[in-house]
Ligand binder design. Structure first.
Ligand code: NAD
Length: 383
């Protein structure tokens, strides 16, 4: 085996996603397994260069993980000809400018979603990157979750017959921050800082629906800021200027209807933090992050509405668990592996900045739909 190194500038790795999912669970996990086996006698060895604004935080992070390369000077890192890839997990408003600089420097780009603050900017980034001839990718981690991969397997196997509807329920209670610390950063609740659950979650729903069931052709959303006052990381109260719940209806190419609730103000009475129920003519499934249960039409009970008597059967027990039948790695790591193979082996990869722009488009139209109180068509983006 010969070792080939890929040097990755990782910006925003002191943050929640950048640190846990991308640095620790993806890049460092790849190093722990000895690198990425490229299958051609070569092993790809990712070498992270940590980038950020705060020197002490970066140094501490590097030391904690036995890393030696870090910098607070993004331009200097981008000017380094040995750096191959720029990765961005910064707060959303800081992203577009940094990606622009990375593209100009000729780096391949991999980034968290949403790729930009509005569709025009997201499309501009996609065009710039494609024009420059660099490889680009956007995190679409939910596609790589075990539960959704099992759902995809069912779709590919024709389990559902015709898919009629998709019901998604996402969310959990995010503490206000006064008597219990909030488990999400405060910028998530300030529109002026790139916050809001629509901008956060609609990009995910776009690619999940698009890849599994069909492109979203229209959106109708209602949003709410149920908790208007929260407390930040320093215990200071602030006004929540962004919505913390969104109730969306999406029409899909092919005729199915999806309805997805997204909320940071809901208490969980579900098996998982996100669940999708899919109902088809031949069967139904409920998929979460990891699990997936099905009910075939041949096993469908015939309940009769009678509120005068207690429930006579356990509906939950009438579903069958789908086995793993495979080893499911961390979803972020699985997508990193595919992106790195795309970079070094030129393997196909379609989760690019144009795909990312579709997510930004759906968020933008979702917010407009809510503001105007009407259903909006979603024009197809082709680049
Ligand atoms: N794929 C997913 O499931 C998923 C989940 C959550 C968040 N995200 C995305 O990841 C990105 C980061 O989210 P997070 O929850 O890790 O946020 P976070 O607040 O925990 O981290 C943000 C990072 O950006 C840095 N940063 C750069 N400029 C900044 C500025 N001006 N102000 C504050 N911080 C700045 C911070 O130092 C930190 O490293 C967001 O774009 C978000 O949409 C993706």
């Amino acid at each position: 085996m010969t070792r080939r190194t890929v040097r990755i500038a990782m910006n925003g790795v002191t943050g929640r996603m950048g640190h846990r999912q991308h640095l620790v669970r993806s890049i460092l996990a790849l190093r722990e397994q000895g690198g990425l086996d490229l299958g051609n006698g070569e092993t790809l060895w990712p070498e992270p260069v940590l980038v950020g604004r705060r020197e002490p935080a970066l140094r501490a992070l590097a030391e904690r993980h036995g890393l030696t390369e870090w910098s607070t000077d993004l331009d200097a890192v981008l000017a380094d000809g040995t750096v191959d890839v720029y990765f961005d997990a910064q707060v959303t408003p800081a992203r577009a400018d940094a990606i622009r600089r990375a593209v100009a420097a000729g780096k391949h780009v991999y980034t968290e979603k949403p790729t930009a603050g509005d569709l025009a900017e997201a499309l501009d980034l996609a065009r710039l990157a494609t024009g420059k001839g660099i490889k680009h990718g956007v995190v679409q981690d939910k596609l790589f979750l075990p539960g959704l991969r099992k759902l995809k397997r069912l779709i590919d196997g024709g389990f559902f017959g015709e898919v009629l509807s998709v019901r998604g329920e996402f969310g959990y209670w995010v503490f206000e921050g006064d008597w219990q610390e909030a488990q999400r950063p405060s910028w998530n609740y300030r529109a002026e800082d790139g916050g809001g659950i629509v901008v956060d979650m609609f990009p995910h729903w776009e690619y999940v629906l698009h890849e599994l069931f069909g492109r979203v052709t229209s959106v109708s959303a209602h949003v709410a800021t149920h908790v208007p006052r929260r407390w930040d990381e320093h215990g200071k109260p602030y006004e929540a200027t962004a919505e913390d719940a969104a109730y969306g209806v999406f029409e899909l190419e092919g005729g199915a209807v999806a309805q997805i609730n997204s909320s940071w103000t809901v208490r969980v009475h579900r098996d998982e933090l996100v669940e999708f129920q899919v109902d088809g003519t031949h069967g139904s499934a409920v998929a979460g992050l990891r699990g997936c249960r099905v009910q075939h039409r041949s096993a469908t009970p015939k309940p009769v509405w009678n509120p005068d008597i207690p429930v006579t059967e356990s509906f939950r027990d009438q579903w069958q668990e789908i086995p793993d039948n495979a080893d499911f790695d961390n979803g972020f790591k699985a997508q990193w592996e595919l992106f790195l193979r795309h970079v070094v082996l030129d393997e196909p990869y379609h989760w690019d900045l144009l795909a990312g722009a579709r997510g930004v488009q759906l968020a933008e139209l979702g917010l407009r739909s809510a503001a105007e109180g009407r259903r909006l068509e979603v024009p197809e983006l082709t680049g």
